[in-house]
Design a protein. Structure first.
Ligand code: WT7
Length: 645
């Protein structure tokens, strides 16, 4: 085991920070003891309202119901753009760094306002109204942020679909939310490669008859097919509309966006977030977790296709009038020094990335880091999966030169904003721990009976009171939200994660307790991969589990049983991988496929994943009780043939 060293808050960090430990403790106490007073103050301090709310908050977690700032009116685009114009119109809102190191752009708040307003008018002209859903399938270009904000400006609900998803996955998401409008680009560019986004949209739309508008941003000028009447070029359409577009007053509880995420069962869920509470959560955490000060250059390396990109590239930073950097490329292109070069080029102060990227870069040694200065850096952050202490220390010593605190931020698509995290000026750090709850967040650990565990211990992580940016619904299936998050432990929000609490009250997230796999920070449901595999004619059955992977955190291990008469082959393996790529996207392809003549099942036919997980993890001692298996001998043959040794 790696020894955990405690890193106390450095004096220089504390002196500059908004909050020290006393302030944290005092505010935290107020936030849970007098939540309405606390949140009313924050909502006034962080957001501009057209109309004040009638009630700060009302919720019932047993029913999964939460309402924040009901009756209050505001607009997210107004809060992220318009209100900053008078004082900061010429300040840079977005620094765009292209995949090609020679390409970058600076977009001021004035320019952001101009583009968002015009795009909003384009949408209006095409008949998009308040409440309508708009799908955004974009590469990492500023127009992706314009598209999100243009929707918010007119009250349309965006559904951003990550550009790595396949046409089939895109189609499913467009249909589920009944999007009638799609905003995309001709092609995306990542690591020198071109991604045919418009062509993917064309394929998806073959089965989406309701889509009547496709707005296409010109990124590469690559060849694209064109459907007259349906497709329009972004740059041309913008010229044909007025520059002025008033921001639609929205109720605090009106929907802002849908974002699909994977769970343990069934198809992906369209997590629905609303306007006031979500924006407050994003803005407030952005300021305090990243200790944001005016003039800071802030960079979150996520993709806007994931919630991290929503809350910490677009909404949180822009609500705070920050300068947010948007990176089109990948960490290792043109070489493994790219992140650090970008930090020097744009004088980045705050850098927020995923453990998987750090582990991949760690393998390249220190030279690509040490060839850069990084002297502008003040704060580092991680998100998406547990960070192993080795990677944490490397980040701290090699990247941050022992000068920059690291905030390990735990949260989820469903939570909307960061819930468990250090605050740089307040929290002594322990590598691998997300440390303590943010304001208003009441985490608990539950035992197998669903009882709260006191003091140090391990259990299932749940949250016992509503917070402003909490999930409001699963689009089109409200009952599914209740069943998934609020039924398992009545009165609590169930996170799906396991955690340990230590003697200092710090939380250590141990990973998912359900059938969700976290591959390089991408959340993948085992059921989705299994459904893809069994689509193949040769496949009778498939079971998918996660196993520890040095770089990706977890890898996907698939057990595949073939139909009688079918022979395993490398060819067939390739076909199966291609099928997963087609159904979901390349990022969901299994690392390992084991041919399994039989799967361990109970007498009632339920697959015993616990056993499959042990074999995939190469943990052969302690297989647990196999006596309830219909045929215990399958276990030995699976162990003999296992692939991860
Ligand atoms: C799952 C949520 C919202 C961030 C991006 C991922 C895991 C997230 C941490 C962390 C350990 C983490 C959890 C969680 N996770 N952050 N700091 N330490 N685990 O969002 O796709 O909704 O995935 O990511 O397992 O449940 P997501």
């Amino acid at each position: 085991m790696f020894e955990i060293t405690r890193h106390p808050v450095a004096d220089a960090v504390r002196q500059r920070a908004h909050l020290d430990n006393d302030a944290y403790l005092r505010l935290y106490q107020q936030s849970v003891e007098q939540p309405d007073t606390f949140w009313a103050e924050q909502a006034k301090a962080f957001l501009s309202w057209f109309k004040p709310w009638d009630q700060v908050h009302s919720s019932d977690l047993k029913q999964g119901r939460a309402e924040w700032f009901k009756g209050g009116q505001l607009n997210v685009a107004y809060n992220c753009i318009d209100r900053h114009l008078q004082q900061r119109g010429e300040q840079v809102a977005i620094i765009w760094e292209g995949d090609n190191p020679a390409e970058s752009a600076h977009i001021t708040y004035n320019k952001l306002h101009h583009n968002v307003s015009r795009l909003a008018n384009v949408l209006k002209r095409r008949g998009v109204k308040k409440g309508d859903r708009v799908c955004i399938y974009m590469p990492m270009v500023p127009e992706a942020a314009y598209a999100m904000l243009a929707c918010a400006r007119i009250g349309a609900v965006h559904s951003v679909v990550f550009g790595g998803f396949s046409p089939d996955a895109l189609r499913d998401r467009i249909l589920d939310a009944d999007c009638r409008t799609v905003i995309t680009a001709d092609e995306g560019v990542r690591g020198g490669k071109y991604i045919p986004l418009k062509s993917n949209v064309d394929k998806a739309l073959q089965s989406c008859p309701n889509v009547s508008t496709v707005v296409v941003v010109e990124r590469t000028q690559g060849d694209v097919a064109w459907v007259e009447g349906r497709d329009l070029w972004y740059h041309q359409a913008l010229k044909e509309v007025e520059a002025d577009c008033p921001a639609e007053p929205m109720d605090a509880e009106d929907p802002l966006f849908i974002l699909y995420t994977s769970g343990s069962t069934g198809k992906p869920k369209g997590v629905l977030h609303t306007t006031g509470g979500y924006l407050l959560g994003a803005a407030m955490t952005h300021k305090y977790v990243f200790d944001y000060h005016e003039g800071d250059i802030y960079w979150c390396t996520a993709d806007v296709g994931w919630v991290t990109g929503h809350s910490y590239i677009v909404y949180g930073p822009l609500a705070n009038a920050a300068t947010t950097l948007m990176f089109e490329g990948v960490p290792n292109y043109p070489d493994a020094s790219r992140f650090w070069q970008v930090i020097d080029k744009h004088q980045v102060n705050t850098f927020y990335t995923a453990p998987t990227a750090l582990r991949a870069l760690m393998r390249e040694g220190e030279a690509p880091v040490k060839s850069t200065s990084r002297s502008s850096l003040r704060l580092l952050g991680t998100v998406g999966e547990p960070i192993n202490p080795e990677a944490w220390e490397w980040y701290f010593h090699v990247v941050g030169d022992m000068r920059c605190p690291i905030v390990d931020t735990w949260w989820q698509t469903e939570t909307g904003s960061i819930l468990i995290t250090p605050l740089p000026g307040a929290t002594d750090l322990k590598p691998g721990s997300a440390t303590r709850p943010f304001f208003g967040v009441q985490p608990v650990l539950l035992d197998e009976q669903g009882k709260e565990i006191d003091g140090p211990g391990s259990g299932v992580l749940a949250i016992k009171a509503s917070w402003p940016s909490q999930i409001r619904s699963v689009y089109g299936d409200h009952q599914r939200m209740i069943d998934t998050y609020f039924k398992p432990y009545p009165g609590y929000y169930f996170t799906g994660d396991g955690a340990r609490r230590d003697e200092d009250g710090y939380y250590w997230i141990t990973g998912r307790v359900d059938d969700v796999i976290n591959v390089s920070g991408h959340r993948i449901g085992t059921a989705e991969v299994e459904s893809a595999l069994v689509l193949h004619d040769a496949v009778a059955e498939a079971a998918v589990v996660g196993y520890p992977h040095d770089v990706k955190g977890q890898g996907i291990y698939a057990y595949v049983t073939l139909m009688n008469g079918q022979e395993p082959s490398d060819e067939l393996k390739k076909d199966l991988l291609a099928l997963v790529g087609k159904e979901i996207g390349s990022f969901a392809k299994p690392e390992l496929i084991q041919w399994a003549p039989g799967l361990p099942k109970t007498r009632s036919g339920k697959i015993m994943r616990r056993i499959l997980r042990k074999i995939a993890c190469n943990e052969l001692e302690n297989m647990g009780d196999t006596s309830t298996l219909a045929d215990p001998s399958v276990v030995d043959s699976l162990i003999d043939q296992r692939l991860n040794r």
